[in-house]
Design a protein around this ligand. Structure first.
Ligand SMILES: Cc1cc2nc3c(=O)[nH]c(=O)nc-3n(C[C@H](O)[C@H](O)[C@H](O)COP(=O)(O)OP(=O)(O)OC[C@H]3O[C@@H](n4cnc5c(N)ncnc54)[C@H](O)[C@@H]3O)c2cc1C
Length: 463
């Protein structure tokens, strides 16, 4: 008999695992209470990156005059552009539905049984779903929990869905906010602050740390802070203590008493896992003090036969990591070759303009680990393709071992940095050296020429 696998949660942690397990011949049931694709598709990755696509287009318009593109009356193109937020958000909603439907169709085609409803564990081998007064039970040889997370709500700063919003509530806006106050300067806060400023809102970003994106490479976050300021964003240091509706607007009171006024407020202060009411304790699945499910590198929880993946584990809140954890869990269950999760290989991106992409070890980690390394940093401004495209900002930074030249990590800042990091991600994953990277041909002229040149320069630095 084929193994019975029950998956709770239809986000990337859940649906990718379902597809892998079904392909391997398991009998797979996936239970989802909201919509297929999970928050990744419905409220987080897909909608935010779709809005950001419109914002990115406006950065191209910023460069248009330099490239000789003007309005028919001779004025600069960017001055004449305005964003129809209703249309942008209608596009977001349509794209989200399509993506969710595509996932549903794929699951169906691959033979995954999808059940709508909220599930909980009855035991480490049984999942139940309450359905209109009836309880459906699903027995399993293995269970994967991929229940994700939701926006953290700070007491005193509760969203009202109209003017005080979480990121899940932005897509109902018909009008561009006149003045958006963004609380939180991590990835989510920075991405939305940057995008809404480009779309045309006045933006004030409230940062509780000393810099925007404090966990990213210091040169990258410093550069982005400068770009935000240049585009007219106001940056304020502090933590929000209270957010109130005042007339047609909002007032955000910081812990030091400073009041920041705006038309809307976006709270982007992190997430909390959806792990309460799941029957975890009774089934022997341990969580930490924040409610995150404890897992090892092959996604096992503390209960035999129960695995967990994605944001509910707090390992690294990225869709790619959630999907990898889910796939690893299935490989482990089904006796396939298992490669434990290695976070030192993860590539990630901040979708601001410019984007900030990173892979492997950061400079701070290399210093902490006491490794011998050299840094090669090269600005994109010197790249011939960048000059042709009117790109005058951004850089490539590579960290290589002092003696062997092994690529430890890299940071790329620039338009579509998320695409340019891939060769460096391959290098980190396969322990390539800077010479290996430099030896591969790049197209001339291309932005990736700077990746290769930055690697080549490490060859000639003192080893
Ligand atoms: C604004 C924003 C932008 C982001 N952008 C990116 C990005 O560009 N790239 C990237 O890699 N990551 C990004 N992330 C992170 C990414 O969204 C998450 O890491 C990813 O969604 C995690 O996937 P998951 O499967 O763990 O959970 P989710 O995608 O949250 O899915 C969990 C699913 O479980 C369901 N569920 C919960 N409880 C139950 C239950 N009891 N019964 C049945 N179903 C249940 C939920 O309804 C949900 O559909 C972003 C996050 C945010 C907030």
């Amino acid at each position: 008999m084929s193994p019975r696998i029950v998956i709770v949660g239809g986000g990337p942690g859940g649906y990718e695992a379902a597809l892998v397990a079904a392909k391997a011949g398991a009998s797979v049931t996936l239970i989802e209470r909201h919509g297929l694709g999970g928050n990744a598709v419905l409220t987080d990755v897909v909608p935010s990156k779709t809005v950001i696509a419109t914002a990115e287009l406006l950065t191209i318009a910023e460069r248009a005059p330099e490239l000789g593109v003007r309005r028919a009356d001779g004025g600069p193109l960017a001055d004449d552009l305005t964003v129809d937020m209703g249309a942008v958000n209608a596009r977001v909603r349509a794209l989200v539905s399509r993506q969710s439907e595509d996932i549903a169709a794929r699951l169906e085609r691959d033979g995954v049984r999808v059940v709508a409803g909220a599930a909980r564990l009855a035991s480490p081998s049984r999942v139940v779903v309450d359905d209109a007064g009836e309880t459906l039970a699903f027995d399993a040889d293995a269970i994967l929990l991929a229940v994700g997370a939701r926006p953290r709500i700070v007491p005193g700063c509760e969203p009202d869905g109209e003017r005080v919003l979480t990121w899940t509530q932005l897509y109902d806006l018909e009008e561009l906010p006149e003045h958006l106050v963004v609380v939180g300067s991590g990835v989510t806060g920075a991405e939305f602050a940057g995008a809404y400023r480009l779309l045309g809102s006045a933006v004030t970003l409230v940062a509780s740390r000393d810099r925007v994106l404090s966990r990213e490479d210091p040169d990258a976050s410093e550069h982005l802070t400068e770009v935000f300021r240049r585009r007219g964003m106001t940056l304020v240091g502090g933590r929000a203590a209270r957010v109130e509706r005042v007339g047609d607007g909002v007032e955000v009171t910081l812990e030091d008493g400073t009041v920041v006024a705006g038309s809307h407020c976006l709270m982007a202060v992190g997430s909390v896992p959806n792990t309460s009411d799941l029957g975890l304790e009774e089934a022997g699945v341990e969580v930490d003090e924040r409610g995150l499910i404890r897992v090892d590198r092959v996604s096992r929880t503390t209960a035999r036969g129960v695995y967990a993946a994605g944001d509910c584990t707090g390992v690294l809140p990225l869709a790619s990591v959630a999907a990898t954890q889910g796939r690893i869990a299935m490989a482990h269950v089904l006796g396939d070759a298992v490669t434990p999760l290695d976070l030192s290989l993860v590539a990630s991106n901040v979708f601001t303009a410019p984007e900030i992409a990173s892979v492997g070890a950061s400079e701070a980690e290399l210093e902490e680990r006491g490794l011998f390394y050299r840094v090669s940093r090269l600005d994109l401004a010197g790249n011939p393709r960048a000059k042709m495209l009117g790109i005058d900002e951004g850089f490539v930074k590579i960290f290589g071992h002092t003696v062997t030249g092994q690529v430890f990590g890299a940071v790329v800042v620039g338009p579509r940095a998320s695409e340019h990091i891939y060769p460096l991600s391959l290098a980190v994953a396969h322990h390539l050296t800077v010479d290996d990277v430099a030896a591969a041909f790049t197209v001339y002229p291309s932005l990736s020429g700077t990746v290769s040149e930055a690697a080549r320069r490490l060859h000639f630095m003192d080893r």
